[in-house]
Design a protein. Structure first.
Ligand code: GLC
Length: 657
């Protein structure tokens, strides 16, 4: 099999990082007012460190009237009082840094709040803010065009003082900034520098592919956002932002970019050349919806995996992928793509393996690591999200039945992801001592961090094992992904491979057992099972737990621990012997793989069922399998280290090579 043909992709901390997204209002409330806060994040840093998180993306924490829960900013340089103070933020940066965790902020600059001072000045026509937003006069006594906003209703709102309409792709409380005005762009660059000086390690950029607006004489009756995205001007402004702010800084940058194709990634996030480090794809979030997100379409594994694999192969060597299955805008992945009933635990682990073992930087959304599920609040009064509330109101106005609307809301509402993080079986799931701003999911008594931590077979410890494994094995970060069995209706399988040979990931994304005949040339090849979701995961976070990274003598494979060591007779892998700089500070060097050198694992007997428990692995007992087919149970997930292609049994006395 071919290895990375072209130059080895450049290593970077943010390519090796596990990013954890926090939606601060719903994470942990330290003050007791019912809303999560920065002190709450601070209180949970040890938890994040134990999980193996390298960076935290905070959803917006700036001052905001909260029409879209912080995605409507009224002061970019202030912390919203609900979340705390600037001193809390500075402390959070320091304390996170001390744990090797970097902070990434949400940059919401396609629009501001209508309560931002710029907008107050703009609506009164005060220079220099007059043209900070996009103003148009009406046409034939009506709106400037027929665009609708993402959250329902027209994309234009009339302001009598100016006798004009302003454009808002989202709610009327979120007027779009006019990026064509150089002064607007300079303001954005300045506020970015402000936060960089406070020690943030990068930005997630909200709907950043919408900042370049086309001519607005479009006559179509459409969601305005869809007519705007990916205009060449967006790319041009990002290039300018790169030159002005990002260049030379060792930052994580990821654009939120609905409606993009892999070809867009080649431009926005071209390896080593693009203005951004990564962009978030959306195509894999569209396979189970119809014309709008509220209309269901049957979830089809083949279709989904085609999308995932196409992104992987098209980005190979051209752009670094950003991986996610859920966030604050999407339903919970285990409910959406897996099973939140009988097979919840297995399905959540399977999805974790899919998220963390593809090539790219994985973004774990809060609660995914314990397999949190969608919620089914009985009444619309329990919902808080502006998009959900507008959808319900408009539906009722059009006479749509209550049950129909509630069914769509249960399936797709953004509040599915925004119920409070479930910390314990105690009151309010341990989220707050007050009244939570949104109700907790009633399943918190069963699904919570405390219970998961106590159970070695929990989703949480599986995440820990996967994260640790990925951190110790360069192939799982930088190795190319080779898709397998594209037409199998249930199995998602792929290889990750580099010079040290392939890893095999096989996932049965279905509630029925299935047999997967391994394709040639993989069938019958020696391999060992490193992780699966049916047994207690090995403690890969413990450096004393060995990982088979290279093959030694024939069947009785002896494995060396990862980290640049050379196994007896095995190929060299990992970073060259040098120890990378300590993590913690920013600019801590490009790569974070440990380089401790070699440690050989004793060879032991295989366990009776050939599966490794943590204790077995510590003893180094690996059973070599040569499977022709896998019999995979419901939502079963397996990860194997395979012998490299040239591997053969060596006779005693034969040298290396
Ligand atoms: C992005 C955010 C979403 C927000 C919207 C408008 O899509 O993720 O939460 O509502 O932008 O800012």
């Amino acid at each position: 099999m071919t290895m990375e043909g072209r130059a080895r992709p450049e290593r970077a901390w943010w390519k090796e990082a596990i990013v954890y997204q926090i939606y601060p209002r719903s994470f942990f409330d330290a003050s007791g007012d019912g809303v999560g806060d920065l002190a709450g994040v601070l209180a949970k840093l040890d938890y994040l460190q134990a999980l193996g998180v390298d960076a935290v993306w905070l959803s917006p924490i700036y001052r905001s009237p909260g029409a879209d829960h912080g995605y409507d900013v009224s002061d970019y340089r202030e912390i919203d009082p609900q979340f705390g103070t600037m001193a809390d933020f500075e402390r959070l940066v320091r304390e996170a840094d001390a744990r090797g965790i970097r902070l990434v902020l949400d940059l919401v600059v396609n629009h501001t709040s209508d309560e931002h001072p710029w907008f107050y000045a703009s609506r009164q026509g005060i220079v220099p803010y007059r043209d900070f937003y996009i103003w148009r006069t009406g046409k034939n006594g009506g709106l400037p065009n027929r665009w609708r906003s993402v959250f329902g209703g027209p994309a234009w709102t009339y302001v009598p003082e100016r006798n004009a309409y302003y454009l808002h792709l989202f709610s009327p409380k979120q007027p779009d900034l006019n990026w064509d005005l150089p002064a607007v762009r300079q303001e954005v660059y300045r506020l970015m520098r402000f936060w960089l000086e406070k020690g943030v390690a990068g930005f997630r950029m909200d709907v950043i592919n919408a900042i370049g607006k086309p001519e607005l004489d479009d006559e179509t009756d459409a969601v305005g956002f869809e007519r705007v995205i990916n205009h060449p001007k967006a790319f041009r402004y990002l290039e300018e932002m790169y030159e002005a702010v990002l260049k030379g800084a060792d930052l994580l940058t990821v654009g939120e970019t609905p409606g993009v194709t892999p070809e867009h990634a080649w431009r926005y996030a071209a390896l080593g050349r693009g203005p951004l480090g990564m962009i978030f794809p959306f195509e894999h979030m569209t396979v189970d919806i119809g014309a709008t997100k509220w209309e269901p379409a049957p979830f089809d594994v083949v279709r989904w995996k085609r999308v995932l694999f196409r992104w992987q192969t098209k980005l190979e060597g051209r752009a670094w992928p950003a991986l996610y299955l859920g966030n604050h805008d999407q339903p919970r992945p285990v409910s959406r793509f897996g099973d939140d009933g009988e097979y919840r635990v297995a399905a959540a682990k399977l999805l974790a393996a899919l998220l963390l073992l593809q090539k790219g930087t994985p973004f774990v959304y809060q609660g995914e690591e314990i397999g949190m599920t969608n919620v089914r609040f009985p009444s619309i009064d329990d919902y808080r999200d502006i998009e959900t509330l507008n959808f319900y109101r408009e539906g009722r106005e059009r006479g749509v039945a209550e049950e129909t609307l509630m069914a769509a809301i249960h399936r797709m509402s953004r509040d599915n992801a925004r119920t409070p993080m479930q910390w314990s079986a105690g009151k309010n799931a341990g989220f707050t001592s007050g009244t939570p701003w949104i109700r907790v999911n009633p399943n918190y008594r069963e699904i919570n961090v405390e219970a998961a931590w106590a159970d070695p077979e929990s989703v949480l410890h599986f995440y820990r094992a996967l994260i640790a494994l990925r951190k110790r094995v360069p192939a799982l970060v930088y190795g190319r992904l080779v898709p397998l069995c594209p037409d199998d209706p249930a199995v998602i399988a792929f290889l990750r491979e580099d010079e040290a040979g392939p890893w095999l990931v096989a996932l049965n994304l279905s509630p029925v057992p299935t047999t997967w005949p391994l394709p040639r040339p993989i069938a019958g090849r020696p391999m060992v099972r490193v992780l699966d979701n049916r047994h207690r995961p090995p403690a890969y976070w413990d450096p004393a737990t060995p990982i088979p990274v290279a093959w030694g003598d024939g069947e009785a494979a002896a494995f060396a621990e990862v980290g640049g060591g050379k196994a007896a007779g095995g190929p060299e892998i990992g970073a060259p012997g040098e120890r990378p700089p300590e993590r913690g500070g920013h600019g801590a060097g490009p790569s974070t793989f440990a380089g401790e050198g070699r440690r050989e694992t004793p060879v032991g007997a295989a366990g009776p069922d050939g599966k490794q428990t943590a204790a077995d692995v510590r003893r180094g007992s690996w059973e070599v399998e040569r499977p022709e087919a896998f019999r995979l149970g419901p939502y079963e997930a397996r990860v194997y280290r395979m012998a490299p292609p040239g591997h053969r049994r060596r006779r005693p006395g034969e040298g290396d090579g």
